[in-house]
Design a protein around this ligand. Structure first.
Ligand code: GLU
Length: 329
């Protein structure tokens, strides 16, 4: 395989979760195993969740773990800067790029302006909830002729841009862990692609960036699996080839619940403060959801690179077991 490129794309909303470190690690292992590149991109389009200092903290945690990237955002002399030819690598610095593709989707009839007020959408959602239905946009603005919509935009009306999903179309893609996945568009919402503040949503930004940055494999948590059909459809609309998808099982605690802050330490920083060795954490995390063919349990980063493959990643959640971590450490 050539020109393999993977990315870790965290949002700067706080600390690096230990599950996020595992995602970064699996991306890194596959990239290195295949002589490819590993990119760090910052996904900061949700301005309401932005935390000051979070980018530096993410980079520091990755460095501590020994997971280094070839491209993207780095800290040099205490300042944030970037390396690589596909920048900017911080999404809030790429707004004009997203706008270009959103405009293209509108012109080609794959997206539309939506003028529905928050109040209308809240009422709609409430009605649907009472009827026991899954909340979904009802498509009111789908039929507004483009010329009319443009006039309303020019007149200063508030709007978002939504994806115009075709009715009753099966979207199929392959996932390296799940196999063939098919979802019908009737089960999916007309996703907002561009918000009223001019920022793209995650869904729009992620496909534009993964394409323009030449990402070949998308390795991320399985909470993104339901969003993938929208992404696959967007690739199709833009005439781009979709990358390979690899959705990782969620990191769970011993009760099979999502590992969360409420049950104790979940940030990489917490583990570092408690004196865990980076080698121990990385070794153990690799085993949460994956195992090598030879059953070996104690491995260096180089050995992990050598042995790693997606076909040995399990479908069910990876259990984070502190006793086992302590033993490995
Ligand atoms: N920004 C997303 C997150 O923090 C990344 C999802 C993806 O890798 O596509 O989970």
């Amino acid at each position: 395989m050539s020109d393999i490129k993977l990315r870790f794309a965290p949002s700067p909303t706080g600390y690096l979760h230990i599950g996020g470190l595992r995602t970064a690690l699996y991306n890194y292992l596959f990239a290195k195993k295949n002589g490819g590149k590993f990119v760090l991109r910052i996904e900061d389009t949700d301005r309401t969740r932005y935390v000051e200092g979070a980018i530096e903290n993410l980079i520091e945690s990755l460095e501590w773990a020994g997971i280094s990237h070839d491209e993207g955002v780095v800290v040099k002399d205490g300042k944030l800067t970037e390396v690589g030819d596909c920048g900017p690598y911080i999404q809030s610095e790429r707004l004009d790029i997203y706008k270009k593709y959103v405009d293209q989707l509108i012109e080609e009839g794959h997206a539309y302006y939506c003028f529905c007020s928050k109040e209308r959408l809240d009422n709609l959602r409430e009605e649907q909830r009472i009827k026991g239905k899954v909340p979904k946009y009802d498509g009111l603005c789908r039929g507004i002729p483009l010329e009319e919509a443009k006039k309303r935009v020019a007149a200063g009306e508030d709007y978002v841009v939504r994806l115009k999903l075709p009715k009753n179309k099966d979207i199929t893609f392959n996932d390296a862990v799940r196999g063939k996945v098919t979802i019908n568009t009737d089960e999916i919402d007309d996703q907002v692609l561009m918000k009223s503040d001019g920022f793209p949503t995650y869904h729009m930004a992620v496909i534009v960036d993964d394409h323009l940055m030449g990402i070949t494999h998308i390795v991320r948590g399985e909470e993104w699996l339901p969003s993938t059909p929208k992404h696959v459809y967007l690739y199709e609309c833009l005439g781009w080839e979709a990358p390979e998808f690899v959705h990782l099982p969620t990191v769970l605690n011993k009760d099979r619940k999502k590992l969360s802050k409420r049950q104790g330490d979940v940030s990489v920083e917490d583990f570092k403060k408690r004196g865990y060795l980076p080698e121990g954490i990385v070794n153990y995390l690799a085993l949460v959801g994956w195992s090598p063919e030879d059953g070996e349990e104690i491995m260096s980063l180089d050995e992990l690179v050598e042995k790693f493959s997606f076909d040995r990643v399990g479908k069910s959640g990876g259990i984070f077991d502190t006793d086992k971590l302590n033993w490995v450490n």
